[in-house]
Design a protein around this ligand. Structure first.
Ligand code: C2G
Length: 800
């Protein structure tokens, strides 16, 4: 048998499928997949049966875990309790492996097609002890990742765990190395290739070899391996066996295996030993291992997302043991010591600044001192500046001085950041001053759609309170200065200094989106989260992965939603979703949406007439509101999405004629401004209009797609059309829905502008056809709305 792929598994079956799929698509023969089951609670039976063709052999680690470790950290203990860990699993896999070569593939990762055949071919041709490729990381599952790769260039999508610049250099370096190899083969004595920074570093490594001979291809490749797999990796934690194909003979011969007492760092000693002992190494640039980042650190934290307090102890143990095992290799030792110095200056020392932890300050400081004493004095002599100062004071055992240097350094850095960035400054004031001032019992801060508008449920709760309890509260609205707001509240700009002042001092918050992550809940604070829609699209923890600009979304959302005391829900359906999607377990106010009160208002006809007048839309025209949502995969940057209008307005104008007016309304995330020139008197861009509820009132019909707007609009019992030109992509690739849009929504799904025109013309027939469904829909989603949601919410939250 040629190859054993070793896959350790503990939990997270939904990741495993991608992993298996990628093995299947390698097009390999003569291999086995050694699946090591480490105290697994999920039922894998069916999955394994459906992947018969990847030759799975399972090994079960069931014996009780002997080393009962204490992590001093709840999450880490919880997650690592009762299983043997990745080191033990990989060792068990190694023991069972029958292939000439072994490749470690983690159960939550996958590989790009062709990776293993390429590595195998190269390994066999070169007779290599190990052959390695590149590693990229992603937040996305395989299907999404590969689809994105089709569109983009693979190289562009590769985001090494090292610095991006380093990665580019690495590619350049390997091209140049090839040229060099050729040159050497041509027995050219004068090699006139301009060296890149990275290549210089590889040569520097090579020159340090005892048998330094720059024309020797083997040592050149070995230096390259040192660089790629060790020197260029940021810390010891990033030194990894992933992406490397090992000859099993080589591992057996040198008894290279994983240290099972290590949790976080077990890869580094293994890989360093392999680097030390390998004679023939080889690199295949196109072989790519995809490391999947976990965007749900609450349910599926990856090892690196666990913060165990005894990591320090493990780091030191790893460092010392590794150093000992490679002690004869002065080149590797030098770089290992370099990494140790970086660990000290970057990770350890900064924590001396504020840490009140005596152990960290005393015992650990002494341990660091002992280790530093063992470092080659030449390396220490070559240090400069800050590094030099704190290494010296460590060597003297002078913690006071070390802290002083750290304080100066970090203080200066912080000062520069504050000076450069106003937001940082206002946050600094928030933390240092404002939050220490007394909280104001009757101050209320309101924010809707990130301060972009005066709208949505916060607006209606605010107006209810102002009207019925005049003078009882002081209100602060987060909006643009020019926004007109009745009852004269204080207006502040989001992220300004005044914003952080009021965020610190108000007792009440009324928000319809998430508050900034830095917001600290004070004792007595009351946070009312109204949210902004009945969900059709899957949300947060119900999303398998989050596409878009901020992949840390789940972790952030979790933290932010812990602050909320009350969450408004428009119907039973929403309440259930919010519980699972937000993991919300505090008080749900299932009262209907305050923003929909206006749709049940007795004077809605007069209101509508006034709004139409304000917008300059002639009376007597049939008004159609087109309000699509945003697309997770089309963005310029964080919170700035693209929108390409796919509704052919010219066709609509031509076919429908003068009796109609179309209101275009993009989602508040959309940065593009729609162009309606030439369509004057027919199309109106109302994207900047603050309150969409008012637009519902003046519209005779709604066209939308996957936006939650139809749940609200249905309150009016007016016709709704769904222009879902990209349904398959949106539903299957981007989001997933909570309901079957094809059977459960109260209107037809349309795919072309022609179909939309047709539907508008035949709206009476559609009304007839969807009547029953509409009634059912109304009952399910709108029946709680009675025009008093704002009142009910306010009374509950403000205890009135
Ligand atoms: N909205 C709007 N104009 C649009 C689309 C949306 O004013 N063209 C407003 C509506 O109030 C809508 C809200 O923004 O209810 C949320 O928009 P969605 O399109 O549903 O998208 P999203 O912001 O992702 O929120 O639980 C609901 C979800 O959170 C969806």
């Amino acid at each position: 048998m040629k190859l054993s792929i070793i896959v350790p598994f503990h939990k997270g079956i939904h990741f495993l499928e991608d992993c298996f799929e990628s093995i299947r698509d390698q097009g390999l023969t003569g291999y086995e997949t050694v699946l090591v089951l480490d105290h697994v609670k999920e039922d894998l039976g069916e999955l394994i049966r459906s992947y018969e063709d990847i030759n799975i052999r399972t090994i079960e680690l069931n014996e009780p875990v002997s080393h009962d470790r204490k992590f001093g950290n709840k999450a880490a203990e919880e997650n690592l309790k009762g299983h043997s860990g990745v080191a033990a699993s990989r060792n068990a896999g190694l023991l069972a492996a029958q292939g000439e070569y072994v490749y470690f593939l983690d159960s939550d990762d996958y590989i790009i097609n062709g990776t293993l055949p390429m590595l195998l071919k190269e390994a066999q041709e070169q007779g290599a002890d190990f052959t390695y490729g590149r590693k990229a990381s992603t937040w996305f599952r395989r299907k999404v990742y590969l689809a994105a790769l089709d569109e983009k260039n693979l190289e562009e999508a590769i985001e090494e765990e090292q610095d991006q610049t380093e990665q580019i250099e690495q590619q350049e370096a390997s091209v140049q190395l090839e040229q060099l190899e050729e040159a050497v083969q041509l027995e050219e004595t004068e090699i006139q290739v301009k060296l890149t920074k990275k290549q210089k570093r590889i040569f520097k490594i090579q020159q340090q070899f005892e048998d330094a001979d720059i024309e020797n291809i083997l040592t050149m490749r070995k230096a390259e391996a040192y660089y790629n797999l060790f020197v260029s990796r940021k810390g010891l934690r990033n030194v990894s066996v992933l992406g490397v194909l090992f000859s099993r003979n080589f591992l057996n011969q040198h008894e290279i295996e994983f240290d099972e007492s290590l949790i976080f760092f077990s890869d580094a000693p293994f890989m360093l030993k392999a680097l030390d002992l390998a004679v023939v190494t080889s690199f295949v640039e196109e072989a790519i291992y995809i490391k999947r980042r976990h965007n749900d650190p609450i349910h599926y934290p990856s090892l690196s997302q666990l913060k165990a307090s005894d990591r320090f102890e493990e780091y030191i143990r790893t460092y010392k043991n590794t150093k000992q095992s490679i002690e004869n290799n002065h080149v590797l030792t030098k770089y290992l010591e370099d990494k140790f110095i970086t660990y000290y200056t970057r990770t350890y020392a900064p924590r001396l600044r504020r840490s009140e932890n005596e152990v960290w300050r005393k015992e650990h400081f002494t341990i660091m001192q002992e280790c530093m004493k063992e470092v080659d004095p030449n390396i220490i002599a070559s240090l400069k500046g800050y590094k030099k100062r704190i290494v010296r004071s460590l060597l003297k055992g002078d913690i006071k001085k070390t802290r002083m240097h750290v304080n100066i350094r970090l203080g200066l850095k912080k000062y520069k950041r504050i000076k450069k960035n106003k937001r940082v400054f206002s946050y600094y004031l928030y933390l240092k001053h404002f939050i220490k001032m007394p909280m104001k019992e009757n101050w209320v801060i309101c924010e809707s759609f990130f301060g972009k508008s005066y709208s949505d449920s916060p607006k209606y709760i605010y107006e209810y309170l102002c009207k019925n309890y005049p003078g009882k509260y002081r209100f602060i609205w987060v909006v643009n200065k020019r926004t007109k707001i009745p009852y004269g509240p204080t207006k502040v700009k989001r992220f300004s200094i005044r914003y952080s002042y009021y965020m610190a001092r108000c007792k009440y918050n009324i928000f319809n989106v998430r508050q900034p992550e830095w917001f600290k809940k004070r004792a007595g604070n009351v946070f009312l989260e109204t949210w902004h829609g009945t969900p059709l699209k899957k949300l947060v923890f119900d999303q398998e992965e989050v596409m878009g600009a901020s992949p840390l979304y789940k972790a952030q959302f979790y933290k932010q939603s812990r602050v909320w005391d009350y969450l408004v829900s428009a119907n039973r359906f929403s309440s259930e979703v919010f519980k699972s999607a937000f993991l919300f377990d505090k008080e749900m106010l299932e009262y209907g949406y305050p923003r929909n009160d206006i749709l049940h208002s007795p004077d809605k006809e007069e209101l509508a007439a006034a709004i139409k007048k304000k917008l300059g839309i002639p009376e007597g025209k049939k008004t159609i509101l087109y309000a699509p949502t945003w697309r997770d995969d089309e963005y310029y940057g964080r919170g700035e999405y693209k929108f390409a209008l796919k509704l052919d307005l010219r066709l609509l104008k031509k076919e429908l004629g003068d009796g109609y007016a179309v209101l275009l309304r993009t989602h508040y995330f959309i940065a593009d401004a729609l162009d309606v020139t030439g369509l004057e008197g027919f199309a109106y861009n109302v994207s900047k209009y603050d309150d969409i509820s008012e637009l519902y009132l003046i519209s005779d019909m709604l066209i939308t797609d996957y936006s939650s707007v139809f749940f609200d609009y249905a309150n009016l019992k007016r016709p709704i059309l769904f222009y879902t030109y990209d349904l398959d992509k949106y539903r299957d690739m981007l989001r997933g829905f909570y309901m079957n849009i094809e059977t459960e929504v109260p209107g037809p799904l349309l795919y072309t502008s022609e179909e939309v025109v047709e539907a508008i013309r035949n709206i009476d027939d559609i009304n007839e056809e969807y009547k029953l469904k509409y009634d059912e829909f109304y009952e399910r989603f709108c029946s709680l709305e009675d025009g008093h949601a704002a009142e009910n919410v306010a009374k509950k939250v403000f205890k009135l």
